[in-house]
Design a protein around this ligand. Structure first.
Ligand code: ATP
Ligand code: MG
Length: 353
């Protein structure tokens, strides 16, 4: 059965411009579709000076349509050069370089969940690692990406200090505790003092997503650096984040920064999946009494204020630090923590489609 013009246009809506994730129809490039007795002619017009573009367009259109269109399929591309009224991706490089316009990365992952905080040292990496292991234990195919280019630590917590293999210029992620993982710490020398400028941050993070053979995953947990800088912006622009888990300690100085992080993620329309309060108390082994070293209830109050769930409260526990230093996250060591993080997993999953 021959297709009509509208059906051909619908098919062209599925064909993306080479290298971008936007289709030819929405770019306004399709000038005409001609239905012939023995095939179809498609006429495109593109604002580009690149002489290779007609060949590439021919290839993507044929790949998208050939199996569905009976008969001969011909693609005629006219290059529009010069003039101020150009539109589309061929309009200089400014368009292609706007990060919001670039194709999204990590498309093979169902849910990318960032673990963030405002303040440093509140336990993001500990939470991110344990959360990833708990997701894997719950049966989800899980990855862990250490995006803290300033102070990568996930390789230590997960006990993967070896160098990853490279195959056809792609890095193969390491595996530990059921989790596929990679850290910028795997790619640079441990003691290297890196001064990262904005574009370098973006480039490094892009490589961690694009040049790594990440398998199909249900979850990718991303351990973020503290704050609201280039790394957060890059992740928000280049990945479709399902949400962010905000880690804070109970005291006001940490909460102030947590609020800033929440505000920033809300601005870029990333859902806040909840708050994890870390270092909530210390239980004295001698007396059994709980001491609220950093104050009490700050995380819970903030969760109410922000109208997000309080996902967990974690005590200060020497075993969390020790197990982290030994490459064995606490959920692999202690069923109480395994249960606690499993509750976090369930609370997160309830909020995702
Ligand atoms: N609940 C806890 N009890 C004891 N030690 C903890 C706890 N949470 C984290 N730690 C320890 O505190 C230190 C800092 O934690 P972590 O590296 O996870 O913080 P971070 O927020 O990722 O820091 P950064 O901002 O530098 O990335 C680590 O040595 C970790 O093992
Ligand atoms: Mg960290």
């Amino acid at each position: 059965m021959a297709l009509n013009r509208d059906e051909i246009l619908d098919l062209l809506k599925q064909v993306n411009y080479p290298g971008l994730n936007r289709d030819l129809v929405s770019f306004g490039m399709v000038q005409d579709v001609e239905i012939l007795p023995d095939g179809v002619n498609i006429y495109l017009e593109v604002a580009s000076k690149d002489p290779d573009i007609p060949r590439r367009l021919d290839a993507v259109v044929k790949r998208g349509l050939e199996a569905k269109v009976p008969g001969r399929l011909q693609v005629f591309t006219k290059l529009k050069t010069g003039g101020e009224s150009e539109a589309g991706p061929g309009h200089g490089h400014a368009h292609a370089q706007d990060p919001n316009q670039l194709p999204k990365l990590l498309n093979q992952v169902k849910h990318v969940v960032a673990v963030a905080s405002g303040k440093g040292g509140v336990g993001k990496s500990a939470v991110a690692s344990n959360l990833a292991v708990a997701l894997a234990a719950a049966g989800y195919r899980t990855g862990l990406l250490d995006a803290d280019i300033y102070g990568p630590s996930v390789q230590l917590i997960m006990g993967t200090l070896e160098r990853p293999f490279v195959q056809d210029n792609k890095i193969i992620p390491l595996e530990a505790h059921g989790v596929h993982m990679l850290s910028i710490g795997h790619l640079i020398e441990e003691d290297a003092a890196m001064i990262w400028r904005g574009p370098m941050v973006m480039q490094a993070l892009t490589q961690l997503m694009q040049d790594v053979l990440w398998p199909e995953l249900d979850f990718m947990v991303v351990d973020m650096p503290p704050g609201t800088g280039d790394a957060q912006l890059t992740m928000a622009q280049r990945v479709k984040l399902s949400g962010v888990v905000v880690v804070t300690t109970p005291q006001e100085v940490a909460l102030i920064d947590a609020r800033k992080a929440i505000t920033m993620f809300r601005k870029v329309e990333v859902p806040i999946l909840g708050i994890i309060e870390n270092m909530s108390w210390f239980q004295c082994p001698d007396t059994g009494r709980r001491h609220h070293i950093f104050g009490q209830g700050g995380g819970a109050r903030e969760a109410v204020r922000q109208q997000v769930p309080l996902l967990a409260e974690l005590p200060i526990d020497i075993r969390i630090r020790e197990s982290g230093d030994l490459g064995r996250p606490i959920v692999t060591q202690d069923p109480v923590y395994a249960e606690l993080f499993d509750q976090v997993v369930q609370a997160i999953c309830r909020q995702l489609p």
